[in-house]
Design a protein. Structure first.
Length: 240
């Protein structure tokens, strides 16, 4: 395990691990654009597997991931089926490949449905996202549902929404089906990404790299929408 307070510290730690301990295989638990760690491993001819889709050269990198583009599209379509026609997308770091893919899936779904796109970056600290969120909803009062790129961001948004006293309940969906989804009030509908399956697949892939040269370059694991109480079904009562 390599850790560090900065990228420089992390590169130094990995350099020592490869030089002193003769470690030749690594698992990266994230995928990020312009990652110096990935560049160092490639230059060092170290074997590695990514947990997440690579930002580039995916055909030449071993990785395990969910289909986050499909997941973003699925959760958007889920909200459309619940009667929502104005759906916002909230993110906090587009340098993370996973967030960009989920946004791309959202874009594809709203285009397919002929809907307008609304997106907002919330990169401020948790206690400072209120003003931009308030401005966003004031500019787009027609929004009835929002998708957050992960449950933690969704929980932060949910707490801010409670203080805004909106005229109608705002539906909210997150990703990862974490503990945050279960402690939210109301409990958060979220996309389960099955982290145990992801971890097992990454471990098997890194082992296979030392046993066979023609190991699979990538593996995609499933996702599932876990319904809870944070989404309002606007279709109820329409027939009446």
């Amino acid at each position: 395990m390599a850790t560090g307070e900065s990228v420089t510290d992390l590169v130094r730690s990995i350099t020592m691990m490869t030089a002193q301990n003769k470690i030749e295989k690594f698992i990266l638990l994230y995928s990020q654009k312009n990652d110096p760690i990935l560049d160092f491993l490639a230059q060092s001819n170290a074997k590695y597997v990514l947990l997440g889709k690579p930002a580039k050269d995916s055909w030449n990198v071993c990785y395990v991931d969910n289909d986050n583009i499909l997941a973003g599209s699925d959760v958007t379509s889920y909200l459309v089926k619940k009667g929502h026609r104005h759906i916002g997308f909230l993110y906090d770091d587009f340098s993370q490949v996973v967030q960009g893919d989920r946004y791309l899936g959202y874009q594809r779904a709203v285009i397919q449905e002929g809907l307008n796109e609304y997106h907002l970056g919330l990169s401020e600290p948790a206690d400072a996202i209120g003003p931009p969120l308030r401005t966003f909803l004031k500019k787009h009062p027609q929004i009835t549902a929002m998708i957050a790129t992960d449950d933690l961001l969704a929980l932060q948004v949910q707490r801010q929404l409670a203080q805004l006293h909106l005229p109608q309940a705002m539906s909210l969906v997150g990703f990862n089906n974490s503990i945050f989804a279960k402690v939210a009030q109301p409990q958060l509908t979220s996309v389960e990404v099955f982290p145990v399956a992801l971890g097992e697949a990454v471990a098997k892939m890194i082992v296979n790299l030392s046993q066979q040269q023609n190991a699979p370059n990538n593996m995609i694991t499933p996702h599932q929408i876990i319904e809870r109480d944070s989404v309002v079904d606007l279709t109820i009562g329409e027939a009446n």
